[in-house]
Design a protein around this ligand. Sequence first.
Ligand code: ARG
Length: 465
Amino acid sequence: MSDKTKAANAMWGGRFAAGPDAIMEAINASIGFDQRMAAQDIEGSRAHAAMLAATGVITDSDADAIREGLLTVLSEIESGGFEFSTALEDIHMNVEARLKDLIGEPAGRLHTGRSRNDQVATDFKLWVRDQMDAAISGLEALIRALLTQAEAGADWVMPGFTHLQTAQPVTWGHHMMAYVEMFGRDMSRFQDARVRMNESPLGAAALAGTSFPIDRHMTAEALGFDRPAANSLDAVADRDFALEFLSSATICAMHLSRFAEELVIWSSAQFRFVALSDRFSTGSSIMPQKKNPDAAELIRAKIGRIMGAMVGLFTVMKGLPLTYSKDMQEDKEQVFDAADSLMLALAAMTGMVSDMSANTDSLEAAASSGFSTATDLADWLVRALNMPFRDAHHVTGSLVAMAEGKGCDLPDLSLADMQSVHADITNAVFDVLGVHNSVASRTSYGGTAPSEVKKQIARWKDTLS
Ligand code: ARG
């Protein structure tokens, strides 16, 4: 059939003499991607049909036929036997058309008191809500893996960095727990957003509500929403929930990327801080010695598409007048892709963290180099000699310069060397120059001392249980 003579759309073609041009059909259709919301679409329709029967808008027998028919459609889709049609545009009309094939006339009553506008908002919310839950459990698994690492190495010493220059010794456990805090905030962002988004758009109809005596509280409850959205215009125009998902996902992906970057550095031959497992590494086809941290690199990169999706959807939404505009059909693919990328990145990071083994000798050797206990020395001068910190900083600087000149580290200087810079320095200074004493002394709340780290691990275990 040529485009010119093609029949008008069966769902809305009443006023159309001819069907759409092939190009129109191609740009208009979303079935290629929104079929991912089939289960949510059918769940929403089942809730709507049950409500229409309960309120007397349709008969019980029509509602029964609709329910049975929808279950058949769902199983056809799940088994892969469903034929999606581009001419039917989207998942909503594909499902309804198939329902009509199966049950006939009652199918036409399902769309009473609703529109595709509230329907798509409902489907998409249900889909995004599931992804929020998946992100929350993915993050919890990652946090648990980090806690296991932190517990094992609560007192392993490693260098802490600023500017990627050795700054002060810290503990492995403390470093792992820094990520626990970050991923914990990510988790709470998804939790917050989930609470805020949990209002049902269903029954807002096209935009203005409906004259049918529907019960939006009933459908809201059936779909696990806390309440119906209170303004029908907002209900169909709102995509904040998707934007909040993408924003939370972007921040989480940024954290994942920072950690991934550290793992790339740490697993290099120059650092040798960690060994990544074979399960999360790959080889090179030409260089036999290579073991590459590909998973970490890909996790590091995922923020590109996740943040891209966020910027993309903000750009789509920013100038849209109320209420629904077809632009909004461009909301889904980006969210789907971002969600897939985030879940995969979380799972890969969790696997890598669980499997990786720290090279405690390299960590400690690195922690002991680069004058990492210079601050401990300055603090000792303040405490033992009652020196103002600024003066202590200066004296320590001279001692660092002396050690550098001699090609040794601070603990290798003799007492005579020390006293040549400041006569009052005593042997007791050497106690603070060792990295283990250094970390053990940092017992301020949130500090790197193993005793503090263990408290934080216990607090997190408590929070998660
Ligand atoms: N496929 C559409 C979407 O994803 C469904 C809503 C269509 N509504 C409309 N008024 N044309 O946004």
